[in-house]
Ligand binder design. Structure first.
Ligand SMILES: Cc1cc2nc3c(=O)[nH]c(=O)nc-3n(C[C@H](O)[C@H](O)[C@H](O)COP(=O)(O)O)c2cc1C
Length: 177
């Protein structure tokens, strides 16, 4: 099983990226991860047609058994760079590479709410693309900056919770095969 893992933040010291690194480093046996830098995608513009990098992104989504997206919250919603990636992959509408694709969403924030508002928006978008959003308790990482040191995420309680979510997500994909 292969999971495509996306970070909604591009910065090198990102806590979302650190949480994603942790997830990738602790996947269940037999599960591998592919990463894709969504910052490499151009701004969505239908006039561009099908740029090679966009086709590569869509192919990565299509090839994956599921996606794990860890995103921060920007102004109560999803960062523009993540929305941009989603917009590219969302075409053709209702028949895109996201259709029936299992997706686990997790969010981070420097604040107390852990990006839960962005997470709700992201799930709403994914539902609109007919993706299979994994129905579980919200996986949030509040005060994320305090849980990342030198780029490494560490927080025993959150790690255990994320581990349970990933295990349940992987099981659900396996059961759906
Ligand atoms: C443009 C911008 C908007 C933000 N808006 C929110 C917000 O709405 N809610 C929130 O909890 N944090 C907000 N933050 C703070 C982020 O949670 C914090 O910067 C976090 O570390 C960003 O994620 P990252 O570490 O993965 O880059 C915002 C940060 C930026 C740069």
């Amino acid at each position: 099983m292969n999971l495509l893992c996306l970070s909604g933040s591009l910065r090198s010291a990102s806590s979302s990226r650190a949480v994603l690194d942790h997830i990738v480093g602790h996947l269940p046996d037999g599960v591998s991860a592919t990463r894709f830098d969504i910052g490499s995608l151009p701004h969505y513009n239908a006039d561009l047609g099908a740029p090679e990098i966009v086709e590569a992104f869509k192919a990565a989504v299509e090839a994956a058994d599921g996606l794990v997206i860890v995103t921060p919250e920007y102004n109560y919603s999803v960062p523009g760079v993540l929305k941009n990636a989603i917009d590219w992959a969302s075409r053709p509408a209702y028949a895109s590479v996201f259709k029936d694709k299992p997706v686990l969403v997790a969010s981070t924030s420097g604040g107390a709410l852990g990006g839960v508002r962005a997470q709700a928006h992201l799930k709403y978008m994914l539902n609109g693309m007919l993706a299979r959003v994994f129905p579980w308790q919200e996986v949030i990482v509040p005060h994320a900056n305090q849980k990342v040191k030198d780029g490494v995420f560490s927080d025993a309680v959150t790690e255990a919770f994320i581990g349970q979510a990933i295990a349940a997500f992987v099981d659900s994909i396996g059961a759906g095969r």
